[in-house]
Design a protein around this ligand. Structure first.
Ligand code: F6R
Length: 243
């Protein structure tokens, strides 16, 4: 594990975007595993800026997003498909047919999870997986559980996650209760994992991830076993680590 310690969200975003840019420059047909949420937005803005300046070409890349809410269409402004278009895809040049995200409108969870696992397999796995982290240590929407789940799965979101995500919805009851998420297997098989974490409300989760026991009750803790895991975090997120 490598920890890149930065001052604040802005520095975190630039450092994470630099890692992604290095990946794309080194392997133009990279498969990028992408995340939503507030943590990666700044990194996406940097990538857009560098693309617009002519420094980054994504035309040979493919993507696989981590997760999607069950029941939301791609046009729903709270869907992760919509988020990705707004915050990245509409502003760079990855061909639309190579953008992959679980289909929240498929009511058949088993079929959708199997389809998405096949998509990832056919892409040849993920070259660089970008992750945020939940306050409870979740990655993707793999919530604390009795076991690490290997494949794409349909999860019941925990109260902690619903509470954290309600800020994006008009009312708490509008927050979907289920999501499809890439499993821990695909994340661990990614050739490089970059996690971004900013702010004091992530400090407990970061401590448990970096210095705690490896347990499915803190899903991110399994990343201690990943051979190329880079944590890019600001001072507040790192503030509870033992020195
Ligand atoms: C999003 C995702 C989640 C978020 C996590 C942190 O695709 O998979 O695991 O990364 O909930 O969210 P933010 O960044 O909003 O604090």
């Amino acid at each position: 594990m490598r920890i890149i310690s930065v001052k604040d969200y802005q520095e975190m975003s630039r450092a994470a975007a630099s890692l992604i840019a290095a990946q794309v420059l080194g392997k133009p047909d990279s498969v990028l595993g992408l995340a939503t949420g507030s943590s990666p937005i700044g990194a996406y803005q940097k990538l857009i800026e560098w693309h617009k300046a002519g420094a980054l070409d994504f035309s040979a890349c493919s993507t696989a997003n981590l997760d999607e809410y069950v029941g939301l269409t791609k046009d729903n402004d709270q869907s992760y498909a919509y988020f990705m278009r707004q915050n990245l895809f509409d502003h760079i040049n990855i061909p639309a047919e190579r953008l992959n995200i679980p289909d929240g409108t498929n009511p058949n969870a088993a079929a959708e999870c199997a389809r998405y696992d096949k998509v990832i397999e056919e892409l040849g796995g993920i070259d660089l997986q970008l992750l945020g982290i939940g306050r409870n240590g979740h990655i993707g929407f793999n919530e604390p559980a009795d076991v690490f789940v290997r494949g794409t799965n349909c999860v019941q979101l925990t109260e902690s996650t619903i509470d954290a995500n309600k800020r994006f919805f008009a009312r708490e009851e509008d927050v979907p209760r289920q999501a499809y998420t890439m499993g821990i297997g695909a994340i661990m098989l990614a050739r490089k994992v970059v996690m971004v974490a900013s702010g004091e409300d992530k400090a407990d989760a970061i401590r448990a991830t970096v210095q705690g026991d490896i347990t499915p009750y803190v899903p991110a803790s399994i990343l201690q076993l990943h051979r190329d895991f880079v944590l890019v975090a600001d001072e507040a997120a790192l503030s509870k680590l033992d020195k």
